[in-house]
Unconditional design. Structure first.
Length: 677
């Protein structure tokens, strides 16, 4: 079979071993790494991705010593007793012809534990403990700890290790003036600041021999004050190659950087040109990363010689079979990562097991199992939002006869509203994926069909899954029926909005609607890369001499004056995602959205919206009032507990609980109920 993606599928000869294609599953901490008893689950998780065709896998970060822990008693590899659980993982991957590297990660000042150390005693803004400055003896001991960890990893069957030197972890802290204020041989000029990393590579190579992959993940764009310049990055890359690395991987930005690097509003492959610049100066294969989620993007990067391999972490959580689908020209069947972070990174930073919003089986391969049914049933799913589509396609894939009823002329539900918000264009991909699955699994789709219980009973369904979703909650104050009062759904569907707007409700929808209203109606989507870099202050020059690749941000004047209001007295946006909420808050602040909290809504008049704040009445002279004050479940099709029905009824998603729009819960509930029936 010929394919349009020949570069992706081309083997890569490393001299002593060959990688079967150019796809790297990048490091993503799942939480399973930290406890030996979870390694059977971790093996199943990596084994599924190896079976799905990926050429090289890199584990979540494993510490070389106690000081390097991310969390108390985090995953560590420093005794032979650590070998046995890791062998489960390496065996599961090798069984399918893939290679696997163990990432060695020393958290430095990013650790959430009291033993943290760093280049200098400067506290991180994102972690609670102030680090102790490492002594020379501690540095030399840590170099040996890295080498010992790599040696044990080799005994555990790993094909190599990746040294984490980016994202603001310990080695990045040493390499950058942002943290390293030392005046000894480990600080000062770049030749000294990089010494720690270079000596680690030399020590590992001496310990493990030549036929073992050493990958180094280098920060190619720090995006922090006093970060490195491109010349300094290239100096480090050359020294690492000379020290003995096999592969050079890309890291972009520190975790504390105030520039988004992986959220969905970041344009695809936004940083690949910086990788391409470094690649010009080294001869080892170079790996590109960050916001590369579909084969078209990956193929172009490789074809243009900007990188030798493509790293994806979250896209391979979203679809373990990404590579196999690419190889067999089934790209339309790829369950695309929408870069939402809600179930992966947000879970990781809350010390919960990572998974995936669009693929709830990620890291749950042994628990959420879709077995072929021995007793096919006639199943009705009512509601074609993501909960209903998840339930319908999983049930049909298991062999049930499924009919999906949707009252409107298209499936997608609330995702059809989300996809028009600037920066959320990836939501189109989820709807496309489910539409393909509906057709592929043989679901009978009935659009424009508002079904009732009598009809369902008459058609003889055995099981009915109610996924009827939500409707926006109405505003109930004097004058709220005025024509200038609109629901968020009406606005996102294109209702005309005035120049001065009050947005009532500052949850996720309130922020989305505000961002939607800030941009010109005919602005190209997704946002052009050059414009995005200008807005966030990223130096577009790949040979940047600015510290960390930063420059002053330039923000276009907003097209509307917006007030964002909430009843609660807590800071606006406090409930948004841990790793993406700050991006939305920053966007509104940059565009001068006026945020008010502790607001009581009094009445709507021809003049605008009357509110009370701090015991004082005031009038917001606005043209339009947009209501984002929550949702109400649509569940009238559900029988009461006392009614007798022929079918068994289940309720999922927003119909079950409308407290917040939660696609993660909706898709998981759909999959779980479909896996059981």
């Amino acid at each position: 079979m010929t394919t349009r993606y020949a570069n992706i599928l081309k083997p890569l000869d490393l001299g002593f071993t060959t990688l079967k294609n150019r796809v790297v599953m990048g490091s993503m901490h799942t939480g399973l790494e930290d406890r030996f008893y979870n390694y059977p689950k971790l093996a199943a998780y990596f084994g599924e991705r190896a079976k799905g065709g990926v050429g090289l896998i890199i584990t979540g970060g494993i510490s070389p010593n106690r000081q390097g822990w991310l969390l108390p008693a985090g995953g560590t590899m420093n005794t032979l007793g650590d070998v046995a659980p890791h062998r489960l993982v390496t065996h599961a991957v090798h069984k399918h012809g893939a290679k696997i590297l163990m990432q060695i990660l020393h958290s430095g000042r990013y650790g959430y534990q009291p033993f943290v150390v760093s280049a200098s005693p400067i506290k991180s803004p994102i972690s609670p403990f102030k680090p102790r400055q490492m002594s020379e003896k501690q540095i030399l001991d840590t170099i040996q700890d890295y080498a010992a960890t790599a040696s044990i990893a080799k005994k555990a069957g790993y094909d190599g290790v990746e040294i984490m030197g980016s994202e603001g972890y310990l080695l990045n802290q040493f390499m950058s003036r942002h943290v390293n204020q030392r005046t000894d041989q480990w600080g000062g000029e770049i030749e000294n600041r990089m010494r720690f990393a270079v000596e680690i590579v030399k020590a590992i190579r001496a310990k493990v021999g030549e036929k073992f992959i050493i990958c180094f993940r280098l920060s190619m764009l720090d995006l922090v004050h006093d970060g490195n310049t491109m010349n300094e990055v290239i100096t480090v890359a050359k020294a690492l190659e000379e020290a003995g690395i096999t592969l050079l991987n890309t890291g972009i930005g520190w975790h504390e950087a105030r520039v988004p690097t992986i959220v969905t509003s970041v344009p695809r492959a936004a940083f690949v040109d910086y990788t391409a610049e470094v690649k010009k100066h080294v001869s080892v294969p170079v790996i590109a990363s960050n916001r590369i989620n579909m084969p078209e993007t990956a193929e172009v990067i490789l074809a243009e010689g900007k990188a030798d391999m493509i790293q994806m972490a979250r896209p391979l959580l979203a679809d373990a079979f990404w590579v196999n689908k690419t190889a067999t020209n089934r790209v339309d069947e790829i369950n695309t990562c929408i870069a939402c972070n809600q179930a992966c990174l947000d879970h990781t930073f809350k010390n919960k097991r990572a998974t995936c919003l669009v693929n709830p089986r990620a890291a749950y391969e042994t628990e959420l199992v879709y077995l072929k049914t021995k007793k096919p049933k006639k199943v009705a799913v009512v509601g074609g939002g993501v909960a209903g589509m998840s339930a319908a396609t999983v049930a049909a894939s298991r062999g049930h006869q499924v009919t999906l009823f949707e009252a409107t002329n298209d499936v997608g539900g609330q995702f059809n509203l989300a996809k028009v918000v600037p920066g959320k264009e990836e939501f189109h991909e989820t709807i496309r994926y489910f539409k393909v699955q509906i057709e592929r699994t043989g679901v009978e789709l009935r659009l424009n069909t508002k079904v009732n219980r009598e009809q369902l009973e008459r058609e003889g369904f055995d099981e009915v899954i109610v996924a009827t979703g939500v409707v926006p909650r109405a505003l109930k104050i004097e004058g709220s029926d005025a024509p200038q009062v609109l629901s968020y759904a009406e606005v996102l569907r294109g209702a005309p909005v005035g120049q001065k707007v009050a947005v009532i409700g500052a949850g996720g929808i309130g922020f989305d609607v505000s961002e939607f209203l800030l941009k010109p109606e005919h602005q190209p989507q997704p946002q052009p890369l050059a414009e995005w870099k200008r807005e966030w202050g990223v130096d577009p020059d790949v040979q940047y001499v600015s510290e960390g690749g930063l420059q002053p941000a330039e923000v276009d004047h907003p097209v509307r004056e917006i007030y964002l209001l909430q009843r609660k007295t807590t800071p606006l946006g406090i409930g948004l995602g841990k790793t993406s909420g700050w991006v939305h808050r920053a966007q509104l602040k940059k565009h001068h959205v006026k945020m008010l909290r502790g607001v009581q809504y009094k009445s709507v008049s021809d003049e605008g919206l009357w509110i009370e704040v701090g015991g004082h009445d005031q009038l917001l002279r606005v043209d339009t009032i947009v209501v984002c004050a929550g949702q109400e479940s649509v569940k009238e099709i559900m029988p009461s507990e006392t009614e007798t029905t022929l079918a068994k009824y289940h309720i999922i998603g927003g119909a079950k609980l409308a407290a917040e729009l939660d696609a993660k819960r909706a898709i998981r509930e759909g999959a779980e109920i479909a896996a059981k029936i």
